[in-house]
Design a protein around this ligand. Structure first.
Ligand SMILES: NC(=O)c1ccc[n+]([C@@H]2O[C@H](COP(=O)([O-])OP(=O)(O)OC[C@H]3O[C@@H](n4cnc5c(N)ncnc54)[C@H](OP(=O)(O)O)[C@@H]3O)[C@@H](O)[C@H]2O)c1
Length: 322
């Protein structure tokens, strides 16, 4: 089958390891099923995999991709929940120490077919296209959990998002606005800041800018480049919810400010199947649709990876199957 896969990993130069070509159909363990993929969205996770983060060389070649929508063996239109748990695990899937995402231990979604446990399939509502729904299981689910579960944000709060046009950043902006939260963002160019305002951000600032007032919470996936600003942006008692460290994970810790102002630093990773169900319902009921910047056939996936590596995002990049 046609697949986009990692044939090699390189911490500093991720793209040479990317291949588009023929791979065997995935194995289907007991209790699993296969989905014929119609759309799959690109995540920064796929670049991390090509850098060897979470993907050691002994697992290569590995088909990339965490997110997918498609048609199951009974012809149902489905959305794939990407977290694969240890079969003995019960409870919040994100807390399973043996969990993995598709493309880490099991072959990913950038292929004609993907194998997943039956439990990981959710019905795709007719209101969302395959392309739109393929944005939900990683970036949008992560944003949902950051804001509403881990961040426990209430309507009327002010939240700063570090970043404006990335997958998680756009999801945070749209979901936060829909939830009645005053959403502020930072964006690295005038164009990116304008895009965030169009998506519903209330104000957009240059990275590191002095804000008109301190905020209740910061949503940060950027890490080292934005950490000091995130800590300084908070009101006493405020919280930073962090789910990524794109620019590095060793910024000065700002410990004094954190204890003196009684700030909370809250980690967040992906989301549960139940949260994904709620996110899907929210999108359907409130007419929310993920922002998609680019749709490419799977054969041209390399263009999408190159754009993400250059930071040329304006929402999600989606690969489709003809
Ligand atoms: N823990 C989890 O479960 C989880 C889930 C999803 C994502 N993540 C992580 O979250 C991060 C974002 O993922 P994504 O898929 O949203 O990636 P993406 O689409 O490539 O977006 C990258 C974001 O980072 C922002 N950014 C700010 N400063 C940056 C800099 N100096 N260099 C590069 N980017 C900078 C960008 O801001 P601009 O808008 O200004 O370009 C953009 O919004 C990744 O590290 C990813 O691994 C973690």
């Amino acid at each position: 089958m046609l697949a986009v896969y990692a044939a090699a990993v390189n911490r500093d130069d991720p793209l040479p390891g990317l291949r588009i070509g023929d791979r065997p159909d995935p194995g289907v363990p007991d209790g699993w099923t296969t989905v014929s993929v119609r759309a799959a969205s690109l995540n920064h996770h796929d670049l991390w995999s090509l850098r060897g983060v979470g993907l050691p060389e002994d697992r290569l070649p590995m088909i990339l991709g965490c997110d997918a929508t498609g048609v199951d063996e009974e012809d149902n239109e489905v959305i794939v929940h990407s977290i694969i748990n240890d079969p003995s695990w019960h409870g919040d899937e994100t807390l399973d120490p043996r969990r993995s995402l598709l493309s880490e231990r099991f072959q990913g979604t950038f292929a004609d077919k993907v194998a997943v446990p039956r439990w990981n399939l959710l019905p795709k509502p007719a209101e969302l296209s395959f392309e739109q729904a393929s944005c939900l299981p990683t970036a949008w689910l992560t944003a949902y959990r950051m804001l509403f579960t881990r961040g426990a944000m209430s309507p009327g709060s002010t939240v700063l998002v570090q970043g404006s046009t990335g997958g998680v950043a756009t999801a945070l902006t749209v979901l936060g606005s829909a939830g009645g939260i005053r959403m502020w963002v930072t964006g690295r160019s005038e164009e990116k800041r304008a895009q965030a305002l169009e998506l519903g951000a209330d104000q957009a600032f240059e990275p590191g800018a002095r804000l008109p007032e301190r905020v209740d919470a910061v949503m940060d996936t950027t890490g080292q480049a934005t950490w000091a600003h995130s800590v300084r942006a908070l009101k006493p008692g405020g919280k930073i919810v962090i789910s990524g460290a794109t620019t590095g994970d060793a910024p000065p810790a700002e410990l004094t400010r954190i204890f003196f102002l009684q700030l909370s630093v809250i980690g967040s990773t992906m989301g549960t199947r139940e949260e994904l169900e709620r996110l899907i319902r929210l999108c359907v009921d409130k007419g929310i649709r993920p922002a998609i910047s680019t749709t490419l056939p799977l054969t041209e996936a390399r263009q999408g990876f190159e754009a993400m590596l250059r930071g040329e995002t304006a929402g999600k990049i989606v690969f489709t199957h003809s």
